[in-house]
Design a protein around this ligand. Structure first.
Ligand SMILES: NC(=O)c1ccc[n+]([C@@H]2O[C@H](COP(=O)([O-])OP(=O)(O)OC[C@H]3O[C@@H](n4cnc5c(N)ncnc54)[C@H](OP(=O)(O)O)[C@@H]3O)[C@@H](O)[C@H]2O)c1
Length: 334
């Protein structure tokens, strides 16, 4: 089988396409033919060598494909099933614990940039009905993160207003889940062209965060001064103050991302005096993924895929990701 290994210390030129033997499933495992993967910010950090990992690590946390064979004792899946990986293979349901936050694929463990993989059956769920493998590969990290932020922790309801920042994949999934829940969406983007596409996806209002310096207050103005009910905070230090400014008293901020860096100051009085509820998000459990997929099936949602590269062009796919020209997910097709 063909696969990609990342030689230490990382860097896009250290991504090597190699050939190795196909594995065989042990008891309790699935042999999955991986047909597609998707790229996430975290994978980009690993590939670029900014997040150290073992020499020869197989990158990418998100994979989708077809069950080829099942090991002894597996009855939840059968050959031919279309499946999608889960982000945390040991977080099956309920609250996270230190034990559930282990085995991050493409980082602590080998990921899915390979044609075949054997994993415990619970490291996969069924894919949404009628999805291509490329579409299914978009879900495990970005989709479940948006679902956990907005639906599980945010408890979004019809009539709520949701603020999503930029047009990365978490924000686009959050937009789609918010609209499916009957909420109003205010989105931001730095690009005029992407703003138009946000409108086509259902965003009710779009603010250019480059040309509108106080975009948080602008979002608040758009709610007649009440403030938004939810912010899906993917920006981090350079956006959090504006997200707080946008939020209504008692509103909810899902702390998700670090697009603008890892460290910064936050106004603690602005948080407590406005009684803002904060959820720290680290993707979600297998059950969260199954519930999200039920909602995707019921609402016939389709993910936004920018483009899919062949496996051997993985370095080019990461370069395109770094350019931030994408709208939606960047995938690999195997
Ligand atoms: N905690 C978790 O569980 C979890 C899970 C998944 C991802 N994340 C994190 O969430 C963040 C987003 O991930 P992603 O995959 O959605 O990212 P992505 O696809 O790389 O997002 C890129 C987009 O973000 C927007 N952006 C960049 N700087 C911005 C800023 N200052 N303000 C507003 N938008 C900005 C840009 O949109 P425009 O081009 O439209 O301006 C850009 O195209 C990352 O930091 C990632 O690590 C966390």
């Amino acid at each position: 089988m063909r696969l990609v290994r990342l030689e230490a210390p990382g860097g896009l030129r250290k991504l090597k396409l190699v050939e190795e033997d196909r594995p065989e499933p042990a008891a309790g495992e699935l042999l999955v033919g991986i047909r597609a993967c998707s790229l996430n910010f975290h994978d980009g950090m690993v590939a670029a060598g900014k997040k150290p990992c073992a020499d020869g690590r197989i990158p990418l946390s998100d994979g989708a494909g077809e069950v080829i064979a099942v090991g002894e004792g597996v009855d939840a899946f059968k050959p031919g099933d279309a499946v999608v990986s889960t982000y945390w293979p040991n977080w099956l349901a309920g609250e996270a614990t230190p034990a559930t936050k282990t085995g991050e694929l493409g980082d602590d463990l080998d990921g899915y940039a390979r044609e075949y993989v054997c994993m415990p059956w619970h490291a996969f769920t069924k894919a949404p009905a009628g999805y291509s493998h490329v579409e299914a590969a978009t879900l495990a990290c970005a989709g479940v993160t948006a679902w956990k932020s907005l639906v599980v922790c945010g408890r979004v309801k019809p009539g709520d207003t949701v603020l999503v920042l930029g047009t990365g994949s978490v924000s686009l999934f959050a937009l789609q889940f918010a609209k499916a829940a009957g909420a109003r969406v205010i989105a931001t983007s730095s690009s005029e062209e992407k703003q138009e596409r946000l409108g086509l996806l259902g965003a009710d209002d779009v603010i250019n965060y480059r040309s509108v310096a106080d975009w948080g207050l602008k979002a608040r103005d758009l709610t007649d001064g009440r403030g938004v009910d939810h912010v899906i905070e993917v920006g981090g230090p350079a956006t959090l103050a504006q997200s707080i400014a946008a939020c209504r008293m008692g509103g909810h901020i899902a702390l998700v991302g670090v697009l603008t860096g890892f460290a910064g100051e936050v106004s603690i009085p602005a948080l407590f005096s406005n009684q803002i509820r904060i959820s720290g998000i680290s993707v979600g459990s297998r059950t969260d993924q199954e519930e999200m997929i039920r909602a995707i099936n019921a609402n016939r949602l389709r993910p936004v895929v920018d483009r899919a590269f062949p496996l051997q062009e993985i370095a080019g796919a990461f370069s395109f990701y770094e350019s931030q020209k994408h709208f939606g997910k960047i995938c690999l097709e195997l």
